[in-house]
Design a binder for this molecule. Sequence first.
Ligand SMILES: C[S@@+](CC[C@H](N)C(=O)[O-])C[C@H]1O[C@@H](n2cnc3c(N)ncnc32)[C@H](O)[C@@H]1O
Length: 254
Amino acid sequence: MSGPQARPVGDPVRAWRRLVDTAVLLDGFHTLKHAVRFGAEVPVAVTVDRAAALALADDLAPDVQDRLAGLLHEVPEETYRSLVARPHPTAVAALAVRPSRAAHLAALARTPRTTPVVVLDNPRNLGNAGAVIRLAAGFGATGVVTTGTLDPWHPTVVRGGAGLHFATAVERLSVADLPPGPLFALDPEGDDIRGLKLPDDAVLAFGSERSGLSAELRSRADHLLALPMRPQVSSYNLATSVAMTLYHWSAGAF
Ligand SMILES: C[S@@+](CC[C@H](N)C(=O)[O-])C[C@H]1O[C@@H](n2cnc3c(N)ncnc32)[C@H](O)[C@@H]1O
């Protein structure tokens, strides 16, 4: 295997235990790959099989292979298992420094904005939140804001987002503090989205899986928009609704 060898950064297990309470867990090769690609600061990364991890990098992520080679420390399988709650098939795990909230708030507030912000109003499902962050990263959205109690940096959300939290600004805010821009709230009772071009500075809000949009968000919305749906179907899944809406924005943006 070509590329640099692991740097002698001391004992990775001690570093892990020192950082784990405040850092973001990057669970699996693909999550680490995306995080590194989008500029995450990664103080410690471990794997059970360094050669296998670097072979994966050679195959799937040659752009970051050298950086992964510099980060990954091989540890015994039992050590790896003692560090993570749920072992990943790639047996790779790392810790990243959580990006600064102040920097994210500045990015979300910056105008003029060239891509939308996605708002999840009191989401309940960690997997949905991760899928939405992955979508937002893919479409180059400015950020994903959640309201309510769910932590958008929860390890399960980061795993669902495949490490793409580092490619967009992810923060939790109250409805009163949403970023500036016209607020388009998605609701099956709204006007057909197909009649409208979504502006680049749109704030696109989606309701909770259980109860839809909160009264507070609804009262602040400038427009209520519906995705086309055959009669007798009540609603779409939250993440698929975000996917359709971002696609609609992107199709009108060119
Ligand atoms: C699973 S749905 C919520 C269903 C909920 N029982 C309700 O009363 O709205 C989650 C969110 O996805 C979005 N959504 C789902 N289907 C939609 C549709 N046909 N049109 C617009 N938004 C939709 C909305 O933002 C909705 O709040």
